[in-house]
Design a protein around this ligand. Structure first.
Ligand code: FMN
Length: 194
């Protein structure tokens, strides 16, 4: 049990990866953990799409860059989207941080718990990756742009049906670069009433 708590508390987002691909055993463990997540009414209507093909990842990256380019923003735009638009104009931009693996979690657009269930699955997978000594990060660009014509075409080619939306995705690989700094946990976010 202590290990579970320690695993939860030590998980951090990884944004630098080596080129080395993860092995299939680890990938299968991570997917198993995603599939064991709780879901509303036990619907398990999620779908996990694993992309380890560089050409497809680069094509998606190109379309994400284009979608950012077309996107009109103002001061009310969510800050991560604003930051993303600026970053995406750079040649070296990679929305998945050049990770060797990207896992897309999609779910039925007409299902009210689509996001909640998929988030549970993604967190399970982020924690499994941490336990296995791998780096991972939630990636939201495909959620923002899954209705973009170019992006949707690729999703369709990957077998994601039109009535499924991208609820989130996750970059995955071996961490590169320095260890993440400790993070400040906000105070006053808990109320206990006895
Ligand atoms: C719903 C959601 C969307 C996120 N989208 C992105 C993203 O698109 N790109 C990214 O680098 N990190 C993304 N993150 C990671 C957060 O930035 C990160 O979890 C947060 O800064 C806390 O850091 P930690 O994960 O290292 O604890 C996302 C996290 C969540 C939960």
């Amino acid at each position: 049990m202590e290990n579970v708590i320690e695993n939860i508390k030590s998980r951090r987002s990884a944004r630098r990866y080596t080129k080395q691909q993860i092995n299939e055993d680890n990938l299968n463990i991570i997917l198993e953990c995603g599939r064991h997540a709780p879901s509303g009414g036990n619907s398990q209507s999620w779908h996990f799409t694993v992309i380890q093909n560089q050409d497809i990842l680069l094509k998606l990256n190109q379309y994400v860059k284009l979608a950012f380019e077309k996107l009109k923003i103002d001061e009310n735009t969510y800050k991560s989207i604003r930051a993303g638009k600026n970053l995406s104009a750079k040649d070296e931009y990679s929305f998945y941080y050049n990770a060797p693996t990207l896992i897309i979690v999609s779910n039925d657009s007409n299902y009210s718990n689509a996001m909640a269930d998929s988030a549970c699955a993604l967190e399970n997978m982020l924690l499994a990756a941490n336990y296995l000594g791998l780096g991972a990060c939630w990636i939201n660009q495909l959620t923002w742009f899954d209705k973009d014509e170019n992006v949707r075409k690729v999703l369709e080619e990957l077998g994601i049906p039109n009535n499924y939306r991208v609820c989130g995705s996750m970059s995955l690989g071996y961490k590169d670069g320095p260890k993440s700094r400790g993070k400040v946990i906000k105070e006053n976010t808990v109320t206990i009433i006895k």
